[in-house]
Structure formats: C-alpha cells, structure tokens
Design a binder for this molecule. Structure first.
Ligand code: GTP
Ligand code: MG
Length: 206
C-alpha cells in the first residue's frame, strides 16, 4: 500500500469521544517502551507523527491518526509500566478495555512484543483476555534490528511454541524494526487486505 497522507486527528481518554467510526481502524498496543509509537511513524513514513520517547510511559491517551483519508491508526498507552501509580494503571486498563470492547470499527489490534524478551506474563495475560473477549489481534515483534536475523527467527519460533502449549493456533505474526523499516510492506499489505474485506462487509450491510 502506498501511503499518500497521514495526520493526527485527536487524543481521547473516553472511547465515546473518539472520531466517528465510519472507517476501518487498527490499534497498536503492548508493554510500555515496546515501540508502538515508533512503529506507527515507520509505517506511515512520518517521523514525528506519534510522539516517541526513550522513557517508558510516554503515550497516556488514545491517539487517532488518519491514513490516506480512509483508515485509522490508534496509538494506545503501554501496559506494565511499573513507575505508574496503581490508580493510574487501573485508569489506563479500564480506558483500554472500554476502547477495545466498544470500538465497533476496530478491525484488528496489533499486539507488539519486544523480540529480545521471553514471553512475559502481562503480554500473555492481555492476549488471553483478547481471546476471551473474541477480539481479533495479530502480533508484531519489534526491535528486530537489535539481534541477528537468525536469532530473530528463532525467538519468534520459540514464542510461538510457548503459545501453542496453551492455544490451538497462533494469530498472524510479523517481525519489524522501526530503525530499518523491516516488516513495513508486510504489515501495510495485511492492513490493505483487511481494509478491502471491511469495505465489502460494510457495503453489504448498507
Ligand atoms: P510508550 O508510549 O511509553 O508506551 O512507548 P512506545 O511503545 O510507544 O515506544 P516508543 O515508540 O516511544 O519507543 C520506545 C524507545 O524504543 C525509543 O527510544 C525508540 O527509539 C526505541 N525503539 C522503538 N522501536 C525501535 C526499533 O525498532 N529499533 C530500535 N533499535 N529501537 C526502537
Ligand atoms: Mg507511545
């Protein structure tokens, strides 16, 4: 997919105030500092569209970006950041849960996982919650530039093996690097495919 335009639309804490849900939407979620905002910038080719930071906890609201004037990206706050107070963490969790359960135009959520880490409880817990709530998601392994291509493949295979001990199947998986652009074409092609399906289904409904 060719990106012609990408622009910031709004920041919200309340799902009911998010932009009108007439276009397909994709959310990016994962542990704090995993690289959600950087990946959004890499995919859209706009360096400073989503604010990134070396300090975890940068994104604290739901940020919407409109791409090619016909689909949305939503950048969500990270989970699992220890320095955020218990109360604030609870607020983040309920904001995210509300958003994921109520956003009817949400086509797919991308769960980002740092490729260098073993499966972490909060990621697995979150993905299990998505399954229980019948919410579709795909996985994106980030920061692949930090290890060799062979190590990256191995890490993904062992992560999948871990999941298959508990799950019958693994959702689509991508390997990415915001530094090198690895995974960009594959992720955009996947979104394009889902956009077409979404449009077909929504035309039929009308
Ligand atoms: P929060 O909003 O705080 O939850 O973080 P985030 O998940 O949005 O992460 P962000 O994109 O702000 O990136 C966190 C740090 O990781 C920054 O210092 C980025 O430069 C770095 N980073 C992100 N993606 C990559 C990547 O693919 N490769 C490398 N080497 N560094 C990355
Ligand atoms: Mg962020």
């Amino acid at each position: 997919m060719h990106i012609r335009s990408a622009r910031f639309i709004s920041s919200n804490v309340d799902v009911s105030k998010c932009p009108a849900g007439h276009l397909p939407e994709y959310a990016f979620i994962g542990r704090s500092n995993v690289g959600k905002s950087s990946l959004i910038n890499m995919l859209t080719g706009c360096k400073n569209l989503a604010k990134t930071s070396a300090t975890p906890g940068k994104t604290q609201v739901i940020n919407h970006f409109l791409v090619n004037e016909n689909w949305y990206l939503a950048d969500l706050p990270g989970y699992g950041y220890a320095k955020v107070s218990q109360e604030k963490r609870q607020q983040f969790a309920s904001m995210i849960e509300n958003y994921l359960q109520r956003r009817s135009n949400l086509v797919c959520t991308f769960v980002l996982i740092d490729i260098r880490h073993e499966p972490q409880d909060n990621d697995v817990h979150f993905m299990n919650w998505m399954i229980e709530n019948q919410l579709p998601f795909s996985m994106i392994f980030t920061k692949a530039d930090k290890i060799s291509a062979t190590a990256a493949k191995k890490a993904v295979e062992s992560y999948k093996e871990f999941l298959l001990r508990h799950w019958e199947e693994v959702p689509p998986v991508f390997i990415s690097s915001a530094r090198t652009g690895l995974g960009r074409n594959e992720i955009l092609a996947y979104i394009e495919q889902l956009n077409s399906l979404w449009k077909e289904q929504n035309c039929k409904k009308k």
